[in-house]
Design a protein around this ligand. Sequence first.
Ligand code: PEP
Ligand code: MN
Length: 263
Amino acid sequence: KANRTFHPENTVINVDSQTIGGNKLAIIAGPCSVESREQIVGIAQDVKAAGAGFLRGGAFKPRSSPYSFQGLQAEGLELLKQAKQATGLPIVTEIMSISQLEQYHEDIDVIQIGARNMQNFDLLKAAGQITKPILLKRGLSATIEELLMSAEYIMAGGNENVILCERGIRTFETYTRNTLDLSAVLAIKRLSHLPVIVDPSHAAGLWWMVESLSKAAVAVGADGVIIEVHQDPSNAKCDGQQSIKPERFAALMNSLREIARID
Ligand code: PEP
Ligand code: MN
């Protein structure tokens, strides 16, 4: 179902008044995790003013250490809804378990399945039973074929609203958090009709690379980007080192406008 051979035209996913995969670039921005009402509503207003179409923010966080901040959880979801009320931006947030699916289907506009769950086949099958768009991130060490087969799990169940995300893969290189595989965008667009976006923040792990990698992603034909933005990155509860400030995000939007269409 994800294969372009049987579906030559690009899939365009509609979310509220926004699209992903159409002529217009999809821009998803926000903090790694929701930390407070003031934080999430403030960032939502800033990224909206700069031209973002979607708000991201983690409520349930998949952290490597059980002692790290796990997210505000249910309160985080509530605060995301308040940020949506304040700005109108549709919400993108990560799901961690099948038990959350019903609530996410109700409250969330784009449900993210993170890199660590890309091959959680039970979760993929369950995501196939709903109609909400699923943002499926490439696994830490997953091949392009494996990513496409994971999309197939969701689509086989009946949910064809799948967006793929290249977010960097593990290689021998340690300077960056992961290695951004921009050729994956080209390969996926050749093999599949599904929209493909790039996450330069988790790929590089370094805030100062985010602007250039975003431009490169758009230049190779990505349908959008997902970017971590925080007002005070050095005090962020999660991923501050790869988060850019709202001012820099606004400047990045201006650069992207020069190479792609954003309203
Ligand atoms: C995230 O988007 O916050 C995240 C945890 O991403 P990934 O699954 O790509 O590591
Ligand atoms: Mn993060």
